[in-house]
Design a protein around this ligand. Structure first.
Ligand SMILES: NC(=O)C1=CN([C@@H]2O[C@H](COP(=O)(O)OP(=O)(O)OC[C@H]3O[C@@H](n4cnc5c(N)ncnc54)[C@H](O)[C@@H]3O)[C@@H](O)[C@H]2O)C=CC1
Length: 332
């Protein structure tokens, strides 16, 4: 079910276990997370019996390495936690099976290399793909069977069911390089179900979006949704790139801006002293530019940039509930 190189899969399993243990005290969020995880696992062909096999192997492994720390009480706690998690995943996979495919076949209908390493792909899934702006999908290419990598959907839902992905070819990134450099119009890709919890809230507040690199994708989808909603909040979209040549979506963003006067798009370049526009690192520019104390804020990009930006927003007194980010597994 999984690719020969298991590094990413192992990280994901460990990440999921860690998250389950941390979230045991908040069953509501744990249920939402495991529900998505269960639906997402359908694309591997996983069925209920596999959960029993994995649970037995997992608990045997922990027992062995825990050595003297292990006792019947701990074993019972692990079995209860694993069983509850597996039941939630199986239940949501079963419910999903009645209404949605396990994966989608999607045709590449457009492929533009917008910067030396960045491509924007337009895909047409063969079946209806319902999603919420801000969500992401896992993608598999024919070049790398069973290797899935996640990319955010970069548009709000469209009548023709097409979606766009923003892909930077990373050094050593199998899927990202295949998508950016070796994929052509007419190729078929596999998509997993849309997942992720970053979504537009209904607060009516003005909005700040801070986008680093291709982290622009889900934020552009959210801004499109604001525009389509008919609401008129003020929206500031800070778009960061290291070099001006990496501002790969400006033509589209400027078009959006001219059609929606409440939107201001602010490109920021961090590593090109001669750049004739706003220069600096995103968290610094964000602080310099304005006070965002009353805004709803959405942040996406490299993990270090997101962490730093969120830290500064919290320091400025913005409550955590108004800061929206998503943990997305990047290419490795
Ligand atoms: N392609 C997609 O659909 C999505 C991608 N992402 C993530 O977004 C990231 C995008 O990466 P690249 O385009 O390569 O971005 P990049 O490395 O070129 O950086 C983009 C911007 O972030 C700033 N930045 C980078 N590190 C920073 C730090 N430590 N502190 C402050 N600012 C920093 C840069 O100055 C620049 O403005 C990846 O980590 C990817 O996993 C997240 C969601 C969706």
């Amino acid at each position: 079910m999984f690719p020969p190189a298991m590094d990413v899969q192992r990280d994901r399993l460990f990440g999921a276990l860690t998250r389950i243990v941390w979230m045991l005290d908040s069953p509501g969020s744990l249920g939402g997370y495991l529900g998505q995880l269960g639906r997402d696992h359908r694309k591997y062909g996983i069925v209920a019996e596999h959960y029993t096999a994995v649970g037995n192997a997992l608990i045997a492994t922990i027992r062995r390495f825990a050595a003297e720390a292990w006792n019947t009480e701990i074993e019972a706690a692990w079995v209860a936690a694993y069983t509850a998690a597996a039941d939630l995943m199986i239940g949501s996979a079963d419910a999903d099976a009645g209404v949605s495919p396990a994966w989608w076949l999607a045709e590449v209908i457009d492929h533009e290399l917008r910067a030396p390493d960045i491509a924007v792909l337009t895909l047409r899934p063969g079946q209806r793909l319902d999603f919420t702006p801000g969500q992401y999908v896992s993608v598999q290419t024919a070049r790398w069977p069973r290797v899935w990598r996640t990319f955010s959907i970069a548009n709000a839902p469209r009548a023709d069911n097409t979606i766009k992905l923003h892909v930077r070819a990373l050094p050593g990134g199998w899927v990202s390089t295949a998508l950016a450099r070796h994929t052509r119009i007419g190729d078929q890709l596999l998509l997993g179900p849309p997942v992720g919890t970053m979504a537009l809230t209904d607060s009516g507040r003005d909005i700040l979006c801070v986008a680093g690199g291709t982290g622009l994708a889900p934020l552009k989808a959210i801004v499109e949704q604001v525009i389509a909603s008919g609401r008129r909040p003020g929206v500031h979209l800070l778009v960061g790139a290291r070099k001006a040549v990496d501002l790969y979506d400006m033509a589209d963003l400027v078009r959006m801006e001219s059609g929606f006067p409440w939107l201001r798009v602010l490109p920021v370049v961090s590593e090109e002293p001669a750049y004739d526009g706003m220069r600096g690192r995103l968290p610094d520019v964000m602080e310099r530019f304005h006070s965002w104390a009353e805004h709803e804020v959405y942040v996406c990009g490299p993990a270090s940039m997101v962490n730093e930006t969120v830290r500064r927003l919290q320091r400025a007194g913005i409550p955590p509930g108004r800061i929206h980010r998503d943990a997305i597994q990047g290419e490795s």
